[in-house]
Design a protein around this ligand. Structure first.
Ligand SMILES: *Cc1c(COP(=O)(O)O)cnc(C)c1O
Length: 220
C-alpha cells in the first residue's frame, strides 16, 4: 500500500471536524513529501531535532506539531516555527515556551497533556492540575502562550472497554474545562490503533503514524 492510498482511505473515514496529524517520526523526508503531494499539511514529530531538520527540508506551508515529551532546553530550536505543542505537562515548560516565543514575537499554541492511561510510562497531569493551571494568575502573565486544548494517550491494550473509558474521561474533562475556558477547542486523542474509537468519543484531532507511513523501524 502506498502512502497516498493509506491517506485517502484514512481521510474517507474522518468526519469534517476531525483534523489529521500525520505522525512522521523516524520516517525519511521522501515519505513526508509523498504525503505532502497528497495534500497533507500537518505533520507530527516527537523529537525536536528531527522536526527542525525536516522543517528545513520541507515546504514552508507545512504545520509542525510537537507530539512528544518536550525537553525544556530544546524548546528554543523550534520556537520560531512550531504550530502546536501537544505534550505540555508543567508550568516550568510553559514558562520556557513563553520565553522563547517572546523572542520570536509570536504566540505558541499548546495543549495540556492529561494522564488518562493506567500505565506509569505515559506522561501527563491530572484533570485537577489542569484546572488549577488554567485558572492560575501566573498563566495570565504568559502572553506568548495560548492553551487551546487537551491531549491524551489511552493505555496500550486490546481491551476496547478500557480505552473507551479513558477517552470518555478525557472528553468529560474537556467539556467541563471548556465551560470556563472557551479557548479550549482541540481535543487531541486517537492513534493508528484506536482512532475510530477516539472519534466516537469526541476527538477533534487524531495523531496517526504507522497507518499512513507503515511500521516504524527503530533499529536503524
Ligand atoms: C508515535 C505517536 C503517535 C502515532 O502512533 P501510531 O500508532 O503509529 O499511529 C501518536 N501520538 C504520539 C504521542 C506518538 O508518540
Amino acid at each position: 500500500m502506498s502512502i497516498k492510498t493509506n491517506l485517502s482511505e484514512l481521510r474517507s473515514q474522518l468526519p469534517n471536524q476531525v483534523n489529521l496529524v500525520a505522525v512522521s517520526k523516524t520516517k525519511p523526508v521522501a515519505d513526508l513529501m509523498e504525503a505532502y503531494a497528497s495534500g497533507q499539511r500537518i505533520f507530527g514529530e516527537n523529537k525536536i531535532q528531527e522536526m527542525v531538520d525536516k522543517h528545513q527540508q520541507m515546504p514552508k506551508d507545512v504545520q509542525w506539531h510537537m507530539i512528544g515529551n518536550v525537553q525544556r532546553n530544546k524548546v528554543k530550536y523550534m520556537a520560531s516555527f512550531v504550530d502546536l505543542i501537544h505534550g505540555v505537562d508543567s508550568e516550568k515548560l510553559l514558562n520556557e515556551i513563553n520565553k522563547q516565543a517572546e523572542k520570536h514575537q509570536r504566540t505558541i499554541n499548546c495543549l495540556l497533556q492529561l494522564k488518562i492511561a493506567q500505565e506509569d510510562t505515559k506522561f501527563g497531569i491530572s484533570a485537577e492540575a489542569a484546572d488549577t493551571l488554567l485558572n492560575s494568575d501566573h498563566l495570565k502573565n504568559l502572553k506568548h502562550i495560548a492553551i487551546v486544548g487537551l491531549m491524551g494517550m489511552a493505555s496500550f491494550t486490546e481491551e476496547t472497554a478500557q480505552i473507551k473509558k479513558e477517552f470518555n474521561t478525557l472528553k468529560t474533562t474537556f467539556d467541563r474545562l471548556k465551560t470556563t475556558h472557551p479557548k479550549l477547542e482541540i481535543l487531541s486523542m486517537g492513534m493508528s490503533g484506536d482512532f475510530p474509537l477516539a472519534i466516537d468519543c469526541g476527538s477533534t484531532m487524531i495523531r496517526v503514524g504507522s497507518r499512513i507511513f507503515g511500521a516504524r523501524n527503530y533499529a536503524i
